[in-house]
Design a protein around this ligand. Structure first.
Ligand code: CP
Length: 325
C-alpha cells in the first residue's frame, strides 16, 4: 500500500520530483499498476469527503494540451488536478495559433514557456506524446494518441472492474470481451495490454474488417466473429464505439446488419458470466453498439467508469509529480 495523500506539498517546499511519463502501459510493470491502484484507493476516499480537495500538488502546474476533442478525459484530468490544488494551463487546438500555421513544436515551446510541470496530451496522430516528451523537460501523460494508446482509460476500466465485480480476487482467470470497432480503438489496444499484463484473457469480437487477425496473435488474446461465442463466460463485456470519423468506406456491411450481429443486448449477455459487468469507454452510440436499456441497466458500470476516471487520474498525476509517497 502506498502512503496516504500528503498534507503538505513538496513543490511548496521547493522540492521538484524528477519527471517520468505515462505514454503506454506496455512500459509499466504489474507492480507499478498495483501501486497506482493503491494510490487510486486513497484518492477515491478523498473524492468521497465533503471537501474534495487536498494540497498534494500545490505549487505544481498541469498543462492540458488537447489537439483532439474530449469530454470525459479532459474534464476528469482537470478535476483531478484541481482536487489536488495544482494550477492549470489549458490549450485547445480550436481557436489556437495552429490555424495560423504555427508548428506543433513551436506551440509546445510557447506553452512550455509558461513552465508547466506535466502535460496531459491528446492528439489524433500516434506517437505525438513521445515526440513532445523529447521536446520538454516536463512529464507527459498520454490522453490518447491516434489509434495507438489511451493508458488512463484502460487503467480506469480495470480499476472499475476490480472495485465492482462481486467477490473480485485478482485478474487471473478473468475474461474480458471487447466487442466492436477494435481496429480504430486506442482504448482496445490499451485494455489488451493492461488486462493481459494483469493475468486476464481478452476476447475480441466484431466483423473481420474491424477485428483484424493480427490482434489474435498477441498472448492471452483470442478473436471471434460470433457474439455469443465471444461472450461465453465473460466476466466483463466492453462495447466499443463505431468510430466513423476514422473509418474508410466499406468497413461495415450496413448499420442494421451490424446491429443485428454485434449490438450488446440483455439477450446477448445471457451467454456471459451471470454477474458480468457491462462497460463502455464512451462516447456511446446508444442503440447502435449497445442497447440503451442495457447501458442504463444495473449490470452497466458505465457511469462508474466515468466517476473512477477522477481518482485514477489523480493517482497518475500524483505518482508522476511527487513519486510513490
Ligand atoms: N473515453 C474517452 O476518451 O472519452 P472522451 O473522448 O470524451 O475523452
Amino acid at each position: 500500500m502506498t502512503q496516504p495523500v500528503m498534507v503538505e506539498s513538496p513543490a511548496a517546499n521547493g522540492v521538484r520530483a524528477r519527471p517520468r511519463h505515462l505514454l503506454d502501459l506496455a512500459e509499466r510493470s504489474r507492480e507499478e499498476v498495483a501501486a497506482l491502484f493503491d494510490t487510486t484507493d486513497v484518492m477515491a476516499q478523498v473524492m468521497q469527503r465533503t471537501i474534495k480537495k487536498v494540497p498534494a500538488l500545490q505549487g505544481f502546474t498541469v498543462g492540458m494540451l488537447f489537439f483532439e476533442n474530449s469530454t470525459r478525459t479532459r474534464i476528469s484530468f482537470e478535476r483531478a488536478a484541481r482536487a489536488q490544488s495544482a494550477d492549470l494551463v489549458s490549450f485547445a487546438a480550436g481557436g489556437s495559433s495552429l490555424s495560423k500555421g504555427e508548428s506543433l513544436k513551436d506551440t509546445l515551446r510557447t506553452i512550455d514557456a509558461m513552465q508547466a510541470d506535466l502535460y496531459v496530451v491528446r492528439h489524433r496522430a500516434a506517437g505525438v506524446p513521445y515526440q513532445l516528451a523529447r521536446w520538454t523537460d516536463a512529464a507527459i501523460v498520454n490522453a490518447g494518441d491516434g489509434r495507438r494508446a489511451h493508458p488512463t482509460q484502460a487503467l480506469l476500466d480495470a480499476y472499475t472492474f476490480k472495485t465492482r465485480f462481486p467477490g473480485f480476487a485478482g485478474f487471473e482467470g478473468i475474461r474480458l470481451a471487447i466487442v466492436g470497432d477494435v481496429v480504430h480503438s486506442r482504448v482496445a489496444r490499451s485494455n489488451v495490454t493492461l488486462w493481459t499484463k494483469l493475468g486476464a484473457t481478452v476476447t475480441l469480437c466484431g466483423p473481420s474488417t474491424l477485428v483484424p487477425p493480427e490482434f489474435a496473435r498477441l498472448p492471452g488474446v483470442s478473436r471471434h466473429h460470433r457474439l455469443e461465442e465471444a461472450l461465453e463466460g465473460a466476466h466483463a463485456v466492453m462495447a466499443l464505439r463505431l468510430q466513423r470519423e476514422r473509418m474508410a468506406a466499406g468497413l461495415l456491411p450496413s448499420t442494421p446488419e451490424y446491429v443485428a450481429r454485434y449490438q450488446l443486448t440483455e439477450e446477448a449477455l445471457r451467454h456471459a458470466h451471470p454477474e458480468a459487468l457491462v462497460m463502455h469507454p464512451g462516447p456511446m452510440n446508444r442503440d447502435l453498439e449497445i442497447a440503451g436499456e442495457l447501458a442504463d441497466s444495473e449490470r452497466s458500470v458505465i457511469e462508474a467508469q466515468v466517476a473512477n476516471g477522477v481518482p485514477v487520474r489523480m493517482a497518475v498525476l500524483y505518482t508522476l509529480l511527487v513519486g510513490k509517497g
